[in-house]
Design a protein around this ligand. Structure first.
Ligand code: AMP
Ligand code: MG
Length: 266
């Protein structure tokens, strides 16, 4: 898999990571069997995660606009039991949210034991869009990398396994996807003229992402940079990583109540 798992303090140059990579796979049909296998296994593991109620999994998705966050969630979660998953999409903070520290709204959405939580955007927006647009003074956003590491440490110490994925698309791919939103009636609702202004700030965003990866990839919650121009490859890589992570938790169904063998249902 040509996924980059960032090491603590590792400097990343996104220009040097190919968003179009598909690893050892040539095309979608080659990856199809593996993807359905992963999705099936994920469903089995989720069932045990839920039954055991000991661990939780937090999946953080970040990307540029049209980077595929929604599509990833749709594909990856297609097999799981909706009762055990909670997706939270973080938008521009409300007035109430802004009146608190930046992690206040995030902490409330952290997954309870037994649950899979998915963040569509996250606390990282507070060192991405906020940094690119100078929404708070530099001193304030600069202190946030450490706040984030401490926060994620708290979650990790409380049984939350954290998987952070950056969906890496090229600027050309973004253009095609935004164009498709303009051209195709069923995609038009997603077209936001504001995305064009953000696109002009592409390089600033890349730098902001690179800093976040460097500063916020402790061994307990590293960033994963996923080549995402090809949606099928993105889905494959992410599903693979989720299965691998859940397998490592050695999940087990809880012991049934004593004496069940003698129970007779009349
Ligand atoms: P979308 O994901 O397309 O629904 O857009 C959500 C918007 O909310 C994006 O433009 C984000 O940059 C913005 N957003 C999310 N979190 C924050 C934040 N903490 N501060 C400012 N803007 C944010
Ligand atoms: Mg959008």
């Amino acid at each position: 898999m040509s996924i980059v798992v960032v090491k603590p303090g590792q400097k990343i140059n996104l220009n040097k990571i190919d968003p179009g990579s598909t690893g050892k796979f040539k095309n979608k049909s080659e990856a199809k069997t593996q993807l359905s296998k992963n999705i099936k296994r994920m469903a089995e593991l989720q069932n045990i995660l839920y039954a055991e109620g000991k661990h939780s999994l937090l999946i953080v998705l970040q990307a540029m606009d049209a980077g595929g966050k929604d599509g990833t969630i749709r594909s990856i979660m297609s097999g799981v039991n909706p009762q055990g998953v909670r997706v939270t999409s973080f938008k521009k903070p409300t007035e109430e949210e802004l009146a608190h520290d930046f992690l206040w709204r995030i902490h409330q959405a952290a997954p309870a034991r037994g649950m899979i939580g998915i963040f569509n955007r996250s606390h990282y927006e507070d060192v991405l869009v906020v940094r690119v647009h100078n929404l708070v003074p530099k001193k304030v956003w600069q202190a946030r990398y450490e706040h984030i590491n401490n926060f994620e440490r708290l979650l990790a110490d409380n049984g939350v396994t954290i998987l952070k994925f950056y969906l890496h698309i090229s600027k050309d791919e973004q253009k095609e996807r935004l164009q498709a939103r303009l051209d195709q009636p069923h995609k038009r609702w997603k077209f936001n003229p504001g995305d064009l202004q953000e696109r002009e700030l592409w390089d600033d965003y890349m730098h902001a992402f690179e800093t976040a990866f460097e500063k916020c990839s402790p061994d307990y919650a590293p960033w994963h940079i996923v080549p995402a121009n090809k949606k099928w490859y993105r889905n494959l890589v992410i599903s693979e990583k989720i299965v691998e992570t859940l397998e490592k938790l050695n999940l087990a169904y809880p012991e049934p109540a004593a004496g069940l063998n003698d129970v007779v249902i009349v």
